[in-house]
Design a protein around this ligand. Structure first.
Ligand SMILES: [Zn+2]
Length: 682
């Protein structure tokens, strides 16, 4: 991790300053009135301002009685104040170098004095004598006093992938000095990844010890309290895949960057928080050679703020991801290695590089074959920037017919369309998304058509211009499946009963009990993830009318390896799916794989893998034969799915993303449906 240039040095705990002040230097006085006094998280307003004299802060004695809960009795004759709280009794005399604390004489850094007719007392001495803790923040010119049990607490942690930056908001119940530092992979603790640390002095932690993240290259956030040189300190650790570029600021900083008003809704007015901003990274660049949908994908770990522009002489297309850097692995490659040859659609090659730092700009350039502009359209698809070559997609019309085999929706766009089809229930519907497509001609503006047959109730078509997505929502009478077949001028969508209706599917969440399976660098265990994927898969299968039997449900169960296929045999299953995540001692190995044993399982494994590649977009590890008990002992088509590698940083970051497990479950579901529908391998 590197420090960002703008806010490079953050407040240190500068207690030492006050402690070093000598008692004899009291004569050189310099009154300063810009001091903020914060007691138990509240800014205390005083009728006369606190003053700083030779490094010691003096406050009106009323502060002691009104905010520290002590009784103050003023003796006009002796010019002294007696401060009592619980068992503690302090006597301070104006001008005296010593104070009495429970009868004992103690040297003061600075005597109490009268300023403009008011008794002013050294706040650190009084507070500490009363058992409070005091901090002086030199840069912020702030005295922080904490007494009783009212330590500032870290109360909440939330984050957003906002366009341009990931923002982690650490909500505290009061301002507190904080410090930011970094640790490299393996530093201090050999098993730890790259880390960003935020230390908050005199604070306690009221948030979970570990929060998985999986966004912007942050694997998880850990929080705990640690005694640092006598100071109870709340430490918030951001475990990262690789060094990140960041910026940290607090709402109580004298001048927080940007507008606080630009923050998301987790922030209430007046709430105090430390905001950790992390830049996104370019993970890689890819050319997808799919007829009619030729595209360049800039893979990112968050939705970057980007700008597309055309450069000339020679003509080239430039995509700048702003406040973004190349991922460490990509940055380590040579320029040649960062160049992808294309030779299609007029594009010669794609180059990626770090164009600028501070501000960081990662740049992707499409070089053309002849010095001629190429047609293109650019969309943001989740975290990725997708450049479609050959111009914008426009849907010009559609038609629906009820055939003997089911319903058929035909959509025209003058070129091949590849929609993303998802199912939803309550009410049952099919959601067909055309990314990068607009509505034109007779269908521009969107609308609704009622069909009201035995399958389809109605169809709503609409364009979301900001996301550049056109969506067809097909409202159904009951759950239905859909198969999309791209044509030369659009797509045909066949709507019918799921081929899974009435099928018995046994789903086997790998590992469990004392067997953790693979363990990710962030400590996440395969055995805890496989039941999650399996449960999501079961929901999809049941919605399609299949009967589902799970080999285990609890995390403490670990059925014998023979018991798993035995269960499938005993219930007469039509298919067995064993759900796993992969591991390899070589951390570079990544991607999706499926395993089979019996010949009749090969097609099933192939269909599931092709859906996994489609849903997850990670490298193709292939369909593999292996002598695993679970697939060998099953008397029906059986596939062992290794979704992604927990030992690869990019795969693991993806695994930790909220929707990846859903996508894995969906891919397995679609592969099963393809199999029972008799669809051939692609
Ligand atoms: Zn496994």
């Amino acid at each position: 991790m590197r420090l960002s240039g703008r806010r490079a040095s953050v407040l240190a705990f500068a207690l030492i300053l006050i402690l070093l002040v000598s008692a004899t230097s009291a004569t050189t006085a310099a009154a300063v009135s810009d001091i903020t006094l914060v007691i138990n998280g509240r800014v205390v307003a005083t009728d006369s301002p606190p003053i700083l004299v030779s490094g010691t802060t003096l406050v009106p004695i009323r502060v002691v009685s009104e905010t520290l809960g002590a009784d103050v009795v003023w003796n006009q004759t002796t010019n002294s104040a007696t401060i009592t709280s619980g068992q503690t009794r302090i006597v301070l005399t104006i001008g005296a170098a010593q104070a009495q604390v429970n009868g004992q004489s103690m040297l003061l850094a600075l005597p109490a004095r009268i300023v403009s007719g008011r008794a002013m007392v050294p706040i650190r001495f009084v507070s500490e004598a009363l058992g409070a803790q005091v901090a002086w923040d030199q840069a912020g010119r702030q005295v922080t006093i904490v007494y009783g049990t009212a330590l500032p607490a870290i109360e909440n942690l939330s984050w957003q992938e906002t366009p341009g930056l990931a923002r982690f908001v650490i909500v505290t119940n009061g301002p507190a000095p904080y410090r930011v530092s970094t640790l490299a992979r393996g530093e201090v603790r050999p098993d730890r990844p790259d880390r960003l640390l935020v230390d908050v002095a005199w604070a306690s932690v009221n948030i979970p010890e570990t929060t998985p993240v999986g966004e912007a290259g942050i694997q998880r956030v850990r929080a705990y309290t640690e005694d640092m040189a006598g100071t109870p300190t709340a430490r918030v650790v951001f475990d990262a895949d690789a060094p990140v570029r960041y910026e940290v600021w607090a709402t109580w900083d004298p001048s927080p960057p940007l507008g606080v008003g630009d923050l998301p809704a987790v922030f209430k007015p007046g709430q105090e928080a430390i905001v950790v901003e992390i830049q996104y990274q370019v993970l890689g660049v890819e050319f997808v050679d799919e007829p009619g949908l030729e595209r360049v994908i800039v893979h990112m770990n968050g939705p970057a703020d980007y700008r597309v522009w055309e450069a000339s002489s020679p003509w080239r297309l430039v995509v700048d991801a702003r406040r973004a850097t190349l991922a460490t692995a990509l940055a380590g490659l040579s320029n040649d290695e960062r160049t992808t040859p294309v030779g299609k659609m007029g594009v010669a090659q794609i180059r990626v590089g770090q164009f600028n730092t501070d501000p960081d700009i990662a740049r992707v350039v499409l070089d053309v074959e002849a010095d001629m502009p190429v047609a293109y359209s650019v969309i943001q698809d989740r975290d990725d920037i997708v450049i479609y070559l050959g111009g914008a997609l426009t849907i010009s019309g559609f038609g629906y017919e009820r055939l003997d085999t089911g319903g058929r929706l035909t959509v025209w766009a003058g070129r091949a369309l590849k929609p993303v089809v998802t199912r939803a229930s309550d009410p049952d519907r099919l959601i067909v998304e055309f990314k990068g497509a607009r509505l034109g001609g007779a269908v521009s503006g969107g609308g609704t058509v009622d069909y009201g047959d035995d399958l389809v109730l109605s169809l709503v078509y609409a364009e979301d211009a900001s996301r550049q997505v056109t969506t067809f929502t097909i409202n159904l009478r009951r759950p239905m499946s859909a198969e999309a077949t791209p044509t030369a001028d659009g797509v045909v969508l066949d709507i019918g009963r799921s081929a899974l209706l009435g099928r018995v599917i046994v789903v086997d969440p790998g590992h469990g009990g004392t067997d953790p399976g693979a363990i990710g660098a962030n400590g996440v265990r395969e055995a805890d993830l496989t039941p999650l994927i399996s449960a999501k898969l079961a929901v999809l299968l049941r919605a399609a009318g299949a009967e589902v039997v799970l080999t285990r449900t609890g995390s403490d169960e670990n059925p014998d390896k023979y018991a798993r296929p035995e269960l499938a045999n005993s219930v007469g299953a039509d298919a067995l799916i064993s759900v796993h995540l992969n591991a390899n001692y070589r951390s570079a190995i990544c991607g999706s794989e499926t395993y089979y044993y019996r010949q009749d399982s090969h097609l099933l494994s192939e269909l599931i893998l092709s859906r996994l590649l489609e849903q997850l977009g990670r490298p193709d590890g292939g369909v593999r034969w292996a002598d695993f008990v679970v697939t060998r002992e099953a008397h029906m088509p059986a596939c062992l799915v290794e979704g992604l590698y927990m030992t690869n940083a990019i795969d693991l970051a993806l695994i930790m993303k909220s929707d990846t497990l859903d996508r894995m479950a969906l891919a397995i579901f679609e592969g099963l449906e393809d199999f029972f529908a008799g669809r051939p391998a692609q």
